[in-house]
Design a protein around this ligand. Structure first.
Ligand SMILES: NC(=O)c1ccc[n+]([C@@H]2O[C@H](COP(=O)([O-])OP(=O)(O)OC[C@H]3O[C@@H](n4cnc5c(N)ncnc54)[C@H](OP(=O)(O)O)[C@@H]3O)[C@@H](O)[C@H]2O)c1
Length: 185
């Protein structure tokens, strides 16, 4: 995910620093925004000793665990745990829905609609920064509520990816907005 998203941001003109093992501190200190793209099992180790005070931290992680041919979540609120592990960080859940291959490809418009990226977070400045990073990837940001709603985005990812792995087009299960009875007649 770091490579896939990072290449897109580099192409949009951003300067990046990748923080592999032993380099996390330098990467966190480098930029305005940090992308957290590690296995959930590594979160405590990666976040534990860094100072994220005031920094925007994008959490794209998924706590997927195998469950037969599909997957379930090993925990149900990773982004909230990230916020606890990184006190002072302005955490935004984003980019956990689409596979890295989506970001490595050029296509952003599917069936005539630009790919939307739901964002969950509590800090307006951080959300605005991540919205711009979404646009820099030629996708459309969608504010989807506070960090307390990130758990639904995480569950959605597990459910939808499970459908995709089963060969079901998850887009077919959802009506367009006009037919969703969410707006008055
Ligand atoms: N791949 C996807 O399509 C996709 C889509 C949406 C969300 N996600 C989520 O994004 C996160 C990253 O996934 P990924 O596919 O990019 O994984 P990945 O290719 O395995 O990369 C994970 C990176 O984290 C590093 N890492 C692991 N443990 C670490 C530690 N203790 N300290 C420092 N670095 C550590 C790894 O370093 P080493 O190589 O040295 O182990 C590797 O560079 C996961 O939470 C995943 O659920 C993935």
């Amino acid at each position: 995910m770091a490579r896939a998203l990072g290449n897109g941001w580099a192409a949009a003109g951003h300067e990046l620093r990748y923080g592999g093992r032993g380099e996390v501190r330098e990467a966190v200190a480098f930029g305005d925004v940090t992308l957290l793209a590690v296995p959930v099992s590594a979160l405590a180790e990666v976040l534990g000793e860094e100072d994220f005070e005031g920094r925007t931290l994008i959490d794209c992680t998924n706590a997927f665990e195998p469950d037969g041919g599909s997957m379930v979540l090993g925990e149900d609120a990773v982004a909230e745990r990230v916020a606890e592990l990184a006190p002072g960080a302005r955490v935004v859940k984003a980019f956990n829905l689409c596979a890295a291959e989506v970001w490595e490809a050029d296509e952003r418009v599917f069936e005539g609609r630009r790919l939307a990226v739901p964002l969950c977070g509590d800090d307006a400045e951080a959300l605005a920064a991540v919205e711009q990073l979404v646009r820099d990837l030629k996708a459309e940001p969608v504010r989807a509520g506070g960090l307390n709603r990130a758990r639904y985005l995480e569950a959605m990812s597990a459910f939808v990816v499970g459908l995709w792995f089963a060969g079901v087009d998850a887009r077919a299960a959802l009506p367009p907005l006009e037919a969703a009875f969410a707006i008055p007649d």
